[in-house]
Design a protein around this ligand. Structure first.
Ligand code: IMP
Ligand code: MG
Length: 199
């Protein structure tokens, strides 16, 4: 993932808030294409239901879906942690699954696997609905912060323990619309740390 420093500079409009581009738009597009081809191969001929976790997956999911040329159904689960939150505190379901997944192959999609609490909780809830199998796909993995025993079957990028935004990921609901994954400016990142420590 090494790139020349000049290309890690965020576009002008974001320079005040984003200190650098961690994963560029082109890198994202390439990697999402590779993931789609793997998923296509692994789920060919299966009765596939994609279950995406709101809201962080929106952009990743839209790109991934367009890369998948196989029949599938799509549904969403909403889960949020209470408080302003950059990390999962108390988890609350905000949107329940509507589709029947019993006996079907589920691909659970999330933006980032961090402590693993969110995906562990959602996977357990889905497991109770008796799907044939559940596979997990995440755009990003931050293994350093894991507290749950959970791993993804498909991972876009493994990243260091830094707070990232963009391509669907937010800080306080902002920055989801950046077309790249960026690192927050140190002053804003400090706010993230303080908010996490207060809880
Ligand atoms: P986990 O439950 O700790 O694995 O956290 C998963 C959720 O925390 C993700 O779906 C994100 O909403 C949020 N999260 C964790 N790390 C980051 C980050 O670096 N940027 C933005 N959101 C993050
Ligand atoms: Mg999220």
């Amino acid at each position: 993932m090494k790139k020349p420093a000049s290309s890690r500079r965020p576009p002008k409009a974001w320079r005040g808030e984003i200190s650098s581009v961690l994963i560029s738009r082109a890198q994202l597009a390439r990697r999402v294409g590779v993931l789609a081809r793997q998923i296509e191969k692994d789920f060919a001929g299966r009765d596939l239901v994609i279950v995406a976790i709101l809201n962080g997956t929106v952009i990743f999911l839209a790109d991934l879906l367009r890369g998948l040329s196989l029949p599938l159904r799509l549904d969403f689960i909403g889960i949020s942690s209470y408080g302003a939150g950059t990390e999962s505190g108390e988890l609350v379901f905000t949107k329940e699954l509507r589709l029947d997944v019993k006996g079907r192959d589920v691909l659970l999609v999330d933006d980032i696997l961090d402590t693993g609490r969110t995906l562990a909780r959602v996977a357990a809830k889905l497991q109770a609905l008796q799907p044939r199998r559940i596979k997990i796909c995440v755009l990003l993995d931050k293994p350093d912060r894991r507290v749950e025993r959970i791993a993804a079957d498909y991972t876009g990028f493994t990243i260091p323990n830094e707070f990232v935004v963009g391509y669907g990921l937010d800080y306080a609901e902002k920055y989801r619309n950046l077309p790249f994954i960026g690192l927050l400016h140190p002053d804003i990142a400090r706010e993230v740390k303080n908010a996490a420590n207060e809880r």
